[in-house]
Design a protein around this ligand. Structure first.
Ligand SMILES: Nc1ncnc2c1ncn2[C@@H]1O[C@H](COP(=O)(O)OP(=O)(O)OP(=O)(O)O)[C@@H](O)[C@H]1O
Ligand SMILES: [Mg+2]
Length: 208
């Protein structure tokens, strides 16, 4: 079993988008997926509520609301982090995760917030020992915009490496509104976006 935490205290950077699309990817690959919603807002839980039965099933648990998980024998656990840095559940999730993905938006304001969070993550003994892997994911990238270029330069200076660059696309928004990820959408509409997930998925799948 592999567990992946998606976290960044900055609101709206794409944590839930990353979490639900990763969940849809692994579910499509026939994996047993558990989606843990650590956010009181419950966006990932709401997404799951919209998911049509004909698409591969994903088990959900709104952990921020308490209770216990009913996950049995999951292959992959994906945890959608809350938009704040201190929470007992987030700390526990940081402890449990094999891989931590940190989505960032192409704005320097976002970089300041993420830098502070990365200090906390970088101080975890398991991260220092290389037992836990941390990857940055540039999200909502619009090629050739000044902010995206600036993000690329700023990210190069960061210690965790950039493991993915995801475009800004309404396909994420439209799929999400139907309880789907881009991997559930017809390939002829989503192939260009799916290709951008390759390096990210390779990073997640590496043996820890
Ligand atoms: N790559 C993308 N292309 C287009 N829209 C996106 C993309 N990623 C995220 N969004 C949109 O940006 C908004 C915020 O994304 P999301 O909810 O995933 O962020 P979040 O980090 O989970 O937010 P919160 O901190 O509130 O939990 C949503 O409306 C989502 O549809
Ligand atoms: Mg969210």
């Amino acid at each position: 079993m592999k567990s992946i935490l998606i976290a960044n205290p900055k609101g709206g950077c794409g944590k839930t988008t990353l979490a639900v699309n990763l969940a849809s990817y692994y579910a499509r690959r026939g994996k047993k997926v558990g989606l843990v919603d650590l956010d009181e807002q419950g966006s990932a839980t709401a997404w799951l509520g919209l998911r049509p039965d004909k698409h591969p099933a994903i088990q959900g648990w709104h952990a921020a609301r308490g209770g216990r998980s009913s996950f049995n024998g999951s292959d992959v656990i994906i945890m959608d982090g809350p938009a704040r840095i201190t929470s007992a559940k987030l700390e526990k999730a940081l402890g449990n995760a094999h891989v931590i993905l940190v989505p960032v938006l192409p704005s320097l304001f976002d970089m300041d917030a993420v830098a502070r969070f990365l200090e906390v993550v970088g101080a975890l003994p398991a991260v220092k020992r290389g037992k836990k892997r941390v990857g940055l994911v540039a999200n909502r990238v619009r090629s050739n915009t000044i902010s995206s270029q600036k993000l690329k330069v700023a990210l190069k200076k960061m210690p965790p490496k950039v493991v993915g660059n995801l475009s800004d696309s309404q396909i994420y928004v439209r799929a999400g509104a139907r309880g789907l990820g881009i991997f559930d959408v017809a390939k002829n509409q989503s192939q260009h976006l799916r290709d951008e997930w390759r390096s990210l998925i390779r990073f997640v799948n590496k043996d820890s």
